[in-house]
Design a protein around this ligand. Structure first.
Ligand SMILES: [Ca+2]
Ligand SMILES: [Ca+2]
Length: 170
């Protein structure tokens, strides 16, 4: 708990509230539960979206042992149709993206890039990086070390996910 925090007026009483999660749209909150078991799968992890009407939607694509799904969560319109999409990151596997316009459809999957450090998505931000372009998801992996350097080098890098191509920048 507490990988992300958001301050918002959840219950619309003109007083700000604090929630452990990432901001969604219209007072929704994205919460990852990366150590949640999905019996019989241990530590599969699960993502949740809490809505102001107190309904909860959970996201659990293919439970993988130690999948750690929900290590990070971010709302981002990667698909570029002006409807925010829901991204939950799995520590060993990659990023799952649910189409906000079709939440019951299968998620789009971005495999964790080769050579990624163990905690490859510690930072997560959504932004339209290029004017007129689609939103992209920027992930920070502070423990990444360049090829040829010892694993303890930890220079870190940023990974930019888009629907068009995975791009890696440092
Ligand atoms: Ca409030
Ligand atoms: Ca979208």
């Amino acid at each position: 708990m507490g990988h992300s925090v958001v301050v918002l007026d959840w219950n619309v009483d003109d007083e700000l509230d604090i929630a452990a999660g990432a901001p969604g749209e219209d007072r929704t909150i994205l919460v990852g539960s990366p150590r949640k078991d999905v019996p019989p799968v241990i530590d599969a992890g699960m993502g949740f979206v809490f809505r102001p009407d107190e309904t909860v939607r959970n996201y659990s694509p293919r439970p993988v042992e130690n999948g750690i799904l929900g290590y990070r969560a971010r709302l981002v319109d990667l698909i570029g149709d002006q409807t925010p999409d829901v991204a939950f990151m799995s520590l060993p596997v990659g990023t799952y993206l649910w189409d906000g316009a079709r939440p019951d459809s299968d998620p789009v999957f971005f495999r964790r890039p080769p050579g990624a450090a163990s905690h490859w998505c510690t930072g997560a931000a959504a932004a339209q990086l290029y004017p007129g372009g689609k939103e992209e998801l920027v992930l920070g992996g502070p423990r990444w070390s360049p090829p040829g350097k010892p694993k303890s080098w930890n220079s870190g890098r940023l990974l930019v996910l888009s629907m068009d191509a995975d791009r890696v920048r440092r």
